[in-house]
Design a protein around this ligand. Structure first.
Ligand code: SAM
Length: 364
């Protein structure tokens, strides 16, 4: 079973009534993204935070990153059926991150995505121990590791020579530990953004995922998200601005690689999950061609998913900050006038040009 589809289904069911009748109000979030830091030990060429990472203010604001107590308090605001996602920057650069992860796992279903270079044995062991017992239980549900192509492509993309081999070794060890434990969770996912560089190797990467024995292969549609300067978050994000087009993609090759991996998935032990999960492969192709039809697209995300920046800003999408958890209680921000207006607007006018390629898009 594809649990990301199950999550989408749960999200739609959970948000349906507030979406239809809430007048912009909604229930507690079902999903919470915690962007725990924007520091990173890699410099991935397609990363939306690339410019931010080399901004000297990032180090000046080191002491202002979310504390563990703040993360715990935010986790408590999420529906008890909800899901916590740890991301960044590189979340494992936070030396204290496991305290927050442990807390999240004790209360909610938890996901973490990492570039894998710091995923050493002790951390993998702990992730396995924290694995949830079943699909409905709390605990570590999945750990995603980003591997941006085969060795030469990966190391060049992330600008860290020699990193591919180390990550692969870490993932192999993680898979081994999980196998020994006899546990189904956490699921281990290999993630790879579909870029001009990785595209010719997509099927090969699926093969690698099978050989290593991970649970999921997750190719991600590249998205040039506008407005990602988390140091300058304000409400002026212009959602009518389309993301910069993705360049250099051979569309015939994209079509044939997508076809190959979908065919492969029919008999593979490794589940294929394409991101965004809510749109068709033809839509993914249309996105790369710069002609995605947004008129038949919907988004429930602002009714069910919140994100918190490393500095406490709460936002539904992009840089559209609606409040800061250091200034006001989470639930007051989540249903404040600004947030309600935003929900009403997205409901009445449909998704924005800026949403092209976002992983929350759904086809009506
Ligand atoms: C921003 S990273 C942060 C977590 C961690 N540092 C990592 O590398 O996985 C989260 C995910 O976003 C993906 N990603 C990076 N740039 C992207 C882009 N332009 N479009 C879509 N996904 C992207 C990465 O592959 C990764 O799986």
């Amino acid at each position: 079973m594809d649990y990301s589809r199950l999550y989408d289904f749960a999200m739609q069911a959970y948000t349906k009534i507030p979406y239809l009748f809430g007048g912009g109000r909604t229930l507690r979030p079902l999903g919470l993204f915690l962007e725990v830091t924007y520091r990173c030990n890699f410099r991935c060429s397609m990363c939306q935070f690339l410019k931010l990472m080399d901004d000297p203010r990032l180090n000046e604001k080191l002491g202002e990153e979310l504390t563990i107590a703040e993360m715990k308090s935010a986790i408590d605001q999420v529906s008890r059926f909800g899901v916590i996602f740890f991301t960044g920057g590189e979340p494992l650069l936070r030396k204290d991150i496991m305290e927050a992860v442990r807390y999240a796992c004790s209360k909610r279903k938890t996901y973490l995505v990492t570039n894998g270079i710091l995923l050493k044995s002790d951390l993998s062991k702990e992730f396995v121990e924290l694995g949830c017992r079943n699909v409905l239980g709390s605990g570590m549900a999945s750990v995603g590791v980003s591997l941006e192509g085969p060795e030469a492509i990966h190391d060049e993309t992330v600008r860290a020579p020699g990193s591919f081999g180390k990550i692969l070794e870490n993932v192999r060890h993680f898979v081994e530990l999980k196998k020994k434990s006899g546990k189904k969770y956490p699921l281990i996912a290999l993630k790879c953004v579909i870029t001009a560089a990785t595209l010719p190797h997509l099927n090969e990467m699926y093969g690698l995922a099978e050989e290593v024995g991970v649970d999921i292969f997750n190719p991600i549609t590249e998205y040039n998200m506008p407005h990602t300067d988390r140091l300058e978050m304000d409400s002026s994000a212009d959602f009518n601005r389309s993301p910069d087009p993705i360049t250099g993609i051979d569309i015939d090759l994209l079509r044939s690689e997508l076809f190959k991996i979908v065919e492969r998935s029919k008999s593979s032990r490794v589940q294929l999950r394409l991101t965004p999960p809510g749109i068709s492969n033809e839509d993914i192709i249309a996105h790369y061609e710069g002609r995605l039809n947004l008129e038949n697209k919907l988004c429930y995300s602002p009714w069910g998913t919140a994100a918190i920046s490393a500095y406490g800003d709460l936002f539904p999408c992009s840089n559209f900050v609606v409040g800061n958890i250091r200034d006001e209680p989470f639930m007051e921000i989540w249903n404040n006038e600004k947030m309600r207006r935003f929900r009403r607007e997205i409901k009445s006018r449909g998704v924005f040009p800026a949403c092209t390629g976002c992983c929350n898009l759904l086809t009506e």
